[in-house]
Design a protein around this ligand. Structure first.
Ligand code: HEM
Length: 356
């Protein structure tokens, strides 16, 4: 069967392959950063400045993932005639190469499809997304490296494609560009009014989107309980604070983004007690790592704030958002908001801080 369309030319295939290698590498590296921040090994340190860094890395993660979708479809269209080549297997090496391409395609599809469903907050599966998405990411990047090693001799030989083939390439680049611009508004404020498909808008209580509501966390009553107290536990003992006592402490404010693991992010103005101030008041030292415990008993019901963040004056136990008392869905009575941290670690409905 003869496939003469310009799209099927080797030169076209390898160009799209190179673009995919770039977007997948970007995805992998930024995804790995998100993983390491959430599960830091002893050697790993993540800075508290610049305040916007995680916003950029995770935004890049999702946008490079989205750009990969039209690229992968164009790549598969470009190579599909190879599926009909006969004989199916010419040698052991050929069989292994075909197998590696199968693994690569399956892993790539899995990453893109699960990622897309995840940011749409649609989970038609029973597995824990971050874990499997993380594991398959290694399979995807590993099989990409094998594929490049096998194909490299051919890639180098490739000359500039002729005009008919350039048209297919241009269409592919355009599709990837449109996919990114149509969605980037969720993470790039400038594009907010341009991106018709951005998976998150600025809508939400106090002008900020909410992922987990107080109702979903089951804290509507406990968070509004007038007897609520914050406990700060240090080697010197436990100091408790009512909301009024927290408001009586010196207040700080900061313009900080909420940067979600789903890649959307938005800046807001926060006010409250800085962590260094609170630790000093509880006779502990700024820079001491702290475990933050929420009224929420869900999987993100506690987080560990490293010393880098507890020493930073911009790390707040926030009591107000955009000039108003914190909405219950944003974590009333108080929540953590720290510079350069994933949204899932900006713990809401805080009730206890323990120095580590
Ligand atoms: C449309 C494409 C993609 C989207 C929308 C997407 C989305 C996401 C999201 C929302 C997370 C955060 C998970 C969490 O912490 O709860 C994540 C994590 C991650 N992603 Fe993706 N992703 C995509 C493609 C990829 C690809 C192609 C790779 C690798 C080749 C990849 C590798 C990772 C890794 C390593 C993590 C860290 C998981 C962890 O924290 O344990 N992703 N991705």
């Amino acid at each position: 069967m003869k496939f003469s369309s310009p799209a099927h030319a080797e030169r076209v295939t390898s160009r799209i392959g190179l673009a995919l290698a770039v977007t997948f590498t970007l995805c992998f590296v930024t995804g790995l950063i998100s993983h390491l921040i959430q599960h830091p090994p002893p050697w790993f340190g993540w800075p508290s400045r610049p305040v916007w860094l995680y916003r950029v890395t995770q935004g890049t993660h999702v946008l490079s993932g989205i750009a990969s979708i039209p690229l992968l479809l164009a790549k598969l269209w470009s190579v599909y005639p190879k599926l009909f080549e006969r004989p199916v297997i010419r040698s052991v090496a050929h069989a292994l190469e075909r197998l590696s391409i199968l693994v690569l395609s399956a892993a790539a599809f899995f990453e893109l499809v699960t990622g897309l469903f995840n940011i749409a907050q649609n989970y038609p599966w029973t597995f824990y997304f971050p874990q499997l998405h993380y594991a398959v990411a290694w399979v995807a990047i590993g099989s990409i490296l094998v594929h490049i090693a096998v194909k490299l001799p051919k890639v180098r030989l490739t000359k500039e494609p002729d005009p008919s083939r350039r048209a297919f390439l241009r269409t592919t680049w355009l599709a990837a560009g449109v996919a990114v611009v149509a969605t980037a508004g969720a993470t790039v404020p400038l594009l907010r009014n341009v991106s018709g498909l951005s998976w998150r808008s600025g809508k939400g209580p106090q002008g900020l989107p909410v992922n987990r509501t107080a109702a979903a966390a089951g804290v509507l009553d406990t968070a509004r309980d007038p007897n609520w107290r914050l406990s700060v536990v240090t080697p010197k003992g436990t100091k408790t604070y009512s909301l009024d006592e927290l408001r009586a402490l010196p207040q700080s404010s900061a313009e900080l983004p909420i940067a979600c693991v789903e890649g959307w992010s938005q800046s807001a103005h926060w006010s409250g007690v800085s962590l260094p101030e609170l630790l000093r008041d509880a006779e502990s030292a700024p820079g001491t790592p702290v475990r933050v415990i929420s009224l929420d008993k869900g999987i993100y019901g506690s987080s560990d704030l490293p010393g880098e963040h507890t020493a930073d004056e911009l790390t707040l136990l926030a009591l107000e958002l955009n000039g108003e008392i914190l909405d219950i869905d944003h974590g009333f009575p108080c929540r953590i908001i720290a510079p350069n941290r994933p949204g899932v670690l900006q713990t809401k409905w805080v009730t206890r801080l323990e120095t580590l």
